[in-house]
Design a binder for this molecule. Structure first.
Ligand SMILES: Nc1nc2c(ncn2[C@@H]2O[C@H](COP(=O)(O)OP(=O)(O)OP(=O)(O)O)[C@@H](O)[C@H]2O)c(=O)[nH]1
Length: 595
């Protein structure tokens, strides 16, 4: 145990975690040079393409130092705020953390939020100033920021470049010297923390864990304390680049478990594994059920593909336990699913995976948060789709989820960011200058406002110099109303949204304008109306097409006619017929792009 080092890498998105992890793996010869490819730990195509780590992964390395062989378990963590619960569990499996800060960017919101998580778990922090090869690197300035933040000495900060391979040995030596060996009692009953799980279509779910006390042996009958489920440890092992089966995983070490678990739902990150024969008395602290925060409907473009979509969703859920869904029907879109996501990025990822991995063409409806509605009958209802909202006369109070948002930016953007946040009904709680030109702003904000085009606008107005992190705060009353959209007098439920009363008029007007741009002209005039209850608050018209497309063909040339029809058919993809009006996918997401 004294030669084990469990550590993770925490950093703001894009500060170079994955690249640096690659270098550590390469340096310790964990992978043969020829097998080395960039961003080794990001093994999903989508991860590689988007350049972001979606799921945490762990890898074991051996590092010889002063005549001893050290076992390093490196736990890679996702950088995006949607996945922060996973970061917190990964951190709980470690004794140390490399804090990576991009020398050209400085400290960002997630550097700080992840750092606080690490400090709360008493992790030894090794600060690393990364990307020092960049011409725009500001080593002195950023070092000062790090010193201010964690109170380390200047010489404790390692200068590195994942790209150029600078500082790699220094980092590995620092892990040996500064990260404490794990503690734990080998003779106590098994107590292991699940901090990740992955899905393998042949072998089922693989659980990744860290042993706190006791040991786990192949063939053991084990129990997951929070779910209460029992399994046989059919296979256990350590994680090199490939799995390496072992007969025993001892105290302090990290490993994987395969036991015929079929669905991701059965495995909860944060759960504790123990032995059935000799169970531990308590579960490891900090377990939480992850709750979806953003909800939207997902519908097949072709109504006949509903069952295929269900298949695809089921498969997707096998390896994404945080995705929840249930069947839903919409008057406009027919049969589909109401899905819950951790956040907007998670929603985008799910949509993209459905399209790429399962070849589905889907329509996603306006996202919504979950409202808590107190009815006049004294009941509490949870509402995550506008169609579920009771009639206004039956509502006593609507409460909406709030977040505490932390934004770090250059001081010159303070003004524009404040007005954006206030426009989003944010309340400024705190403003701290981290250095003379970097400021941290804290707001209380309704989550529903963050769902609608907040990130994009924040990025644009700050020219990319603002980073955001948030945590969930609780529910507060809000004057919400249901805004309906009608096309030629027919309500399109998939376009409805629950919005704040003060914003409903402006929202309705802009949405009608946007829809006028997005709806293709058809043979007849289309009236677009926004309404709150019976009251129409905005109206736009899409004029009728003057000519039939085929009129261009003068009746003669059949092949040309066919071509035109073909072209028209292609254009129809991702269109849904509602009543007699065709609606393109963009229209369902128009609310997200109301500038
Ligand atoms: N110049 C320079 N570029 C680097 C260095 N390290 C990483 N990069 C680049 O920075 C970008 C982000 O690097 P990643 O390693 O994907 O960052 P990450 O922190 O893992 O990102 P997430 O997994 O999305 O959180 C990539 O374009 C890298 O090529 C470095 O040391 N120097």
């Amino acid at each position: 145990m004294k030669n084990i080092r469990n550590f993770c890498i925490i950093a703001h998105i894009d500060h170079g975690k994955s690249t640096l992890a690659d270098r550590l793996i390469e340096f310790t010869n964990t992978v043969q040079k020829r097998d080395m490819m960039n961003q080794l730990l990001d093994d999903m195509d989508l991860e590689r393409e988007r350049g972001i780590t979606i799921k945490s992964h762990a890898i074991q390395m051996q590092y010889p130092k002063d005549g001893e062989i050290y076992t390093f378990n490196l736990i890679d963590t996702p950088g995006h705020v949607d996945f922060s619960y996973e970061v917190s569990r990964s951190i709980a499996a470690c004794e140390g953390a490399l804090l990576i800060v991009d020398a050209s960017q400085g400290i960002e919101a997630q550097t700080i939020s992840n750092l606080y998580l690490a400090i709360n778990h008493d992790l030894e922090i090794i600060p690393v100033l990364n990307k020092i090869d960049l011409p725009g690197a500001m080593p002195d300035e950023v070092s000062d920021q790090i010193i201010d933040l964690i109170g380390c000495k200047k010489e404790d900060i390692i200068h590195a470049s994942g790209k150029e391979g600078i500082g790699i040995q220094e980092i590995l030596d620092a892990v040996v010297a500064r990260v404490p060996a794990p503690k734990g009692e080998p003779n106590e009953p098994l107590q292991a923390l699940i901090f990740d799980s992955t899905f393998n279509s042949y072998r089922g779910i693989e659980v990744i864990f860290r042993v706190y006390n006791g040991e786990i042996k192949k063939g053991d009958r084990v129990k997951f304390i929070n779910t209460g489920k029992e399994y046989f440890a059919d296979e256990i092992g350590t994680l090199g680049l490939e799995q390496e089966p072992k007969s025993i995983i001892k105290t302090g070490d990290v490993g994987y478990l395969i036991s015929g678990i079929k669905e991701a739902k059965e495995v909860k990150v944060g759960d504790t594994i123990t032995q059935v024969a000799n169970p531990c008395t308590t579960a490891i602290q900090g377990f939480e059920e992850v709750k979806p925060m953003v909800f939207a409907g997902i519908y097949p473009v072709e109504t006949s593909e509903f069952e295929d979509l269900r298949d695809a969703m089921e498969k997707l859920q096998l390896n994404d336990a945080s995705l929840v869904w249930e069947p839903e029907t919409s008057a406009a879109l027919g049969f589909g699913f109401r899905c819950g996501f951790l956040g907007m990025l998670h929603m985008e990822i799910v949509q993209e995976r459905l399209e790429r991995e399962f070849d589905m063409t889907v329509i996603t409806t306006v996202p919504s948060v979950k409202f808590k509605v107190q009815t006049t009958a004294g009941e509490t209802q949870w509402v995550s789709a506008p169609s579920e909202l009771p009639e206004p006369n039956l509502i006593n109070v609507i409460e909406e989820p709030y977040i505490k948002a932390q934004i770090i930016t250059k001081s010159e953007y303070t003004g524009v960011i404040m007005s954006l946040c206030m426009d989003k009904r944010g309340i400024l709680i705190n403003q701290i200058y981290l250095t003379t030109d970097r400021v941290e702003l804290t707001f209380d904000m309704p989550l529903s406002e963050v769902v609608f085009d907040f990130f994009d606008r924040l990025k644009t107005i700050s020219r990319g110099y603002a980073s955001l992190d948030y945590e969930y705060k609780g529910y507060e009353p809000g004057y919400m109303v249901k805004l309906d959209i009608m096309l030629n007098g027919e309500k399109v439920d998939a376009l409805s949204a629950i919005v704040h009363r003060d914003k409903a008029y402006d929202w309705g007007k802009r949405l009608c304008e946007k829809l006028r741009e997005l709806l293709p002209r058809q043979q007849f005039e289309i009236a677009i109306q926004a309404a709150i209850g019976q009251k129409i608050i905005a109206r736009e018209t899409v004029k009728a097409l003057r000519k039939d497309v085929l009129a261009k063909c003068y009746g003669g040339d059949i092949s040309r006619k066919r071509k035109l029809l073909e072209k028209q058919k292609k254009g129809k993809k991702r269109m849904r017929q509602v009543g007699n009006v065709e609606i393109p996918q963009e229209a369902f997401m128009a609310v997200l792009k109301l500038d």
